[in-house]
Write a protein of this length. Sequence first.
Length: 338
Amino acid sequence: MSATEKTHKSAIKHIGIGAAATSAAIGAGMFALGDAAFRTACDVRSPLFIKSNKRAIEEISEQLKQQDNDEQRDAVQWFQATRQSLTTYSEDGLRLHAWVLDPDRLDPKPHLYAICCHGFCGEPQEMARYALRYARMGCTVLLPALRAHERSQGRYVGMGYLDRRDVMRWINLVVRGDPDAQIILHGNSMGAAAVMLAAGEPDLPAQVKAVIEDSGYSGISDEMRYVTKSMLRLPRIVGLPMLGAMSIICRIHAGFGLTDGDCVRATSRIHVPMLCVHGTADQLVPHEFMDRIVSAYHGRHCLTLSVTGAGHTLSSVKDPDTYWRMVQSIVEEGLRIA
């Protein structure tokens, strides 16, 4: 071998080593970013968790401020005065907590129940407005705290996917106590994902009669891609590998990957009447996600409500009359079919 050939071979070898080292460094960097994203979104014990972030707390406070009106204040007062504590256990052994509220009318409807699920970083009390409305329809209302929220145990947020089986535990608890139960599932944001995923489960009890999803995302991976692109403004070349690493880490620690929580696929299996609601000014979960969800539905009856100018989960504040008229309609349709 000539000296020139040896030089070329040595150069190629060093280039290969350099490329491998660079790839390893990039891979390690993406893994670190993915781990940070997972800790921020899902690990409630991590100092990186979003509720430990001052800016995030301010944004959550601003969101709650927009929901604050006379109806919400009256509902919270009623909730705090009349709530009753209830616990059950998840399939993986976590203690789950919910608040139960009795019908708020002189002629309550026997066997009628509403299970209302809050959103990411929320708590049952934020659903007080919805609970009071359902209670005035004659429902017994359950407000579960999703795992790793309020009094429910858990280190990792389920993003709706793990919560689907927790919702099923609450459904089955109601059914065991009242085999003639007629159950309405209502969820906001991540809670909407939880009830859609639960309603798409093959073992959903026949006692579930209607589903209302408000501001739900079409899938965990869809929402995470939206966040990285539109909110974090990460370029695709960084965002996608980071989410891939996050999904792997999430599966290792929390037991699910980002692609598992596919609400579009779940909706294709929902057969009970369904109402989909979304505000056109939602900056956290884009309105277009509702179109994907609705297009997948092949059940008996589906209504949609797009509220112009409403932000995330604020449709019932922006246009309460239309909102609750359509809720009443889908509930009546579910009970009529039953």
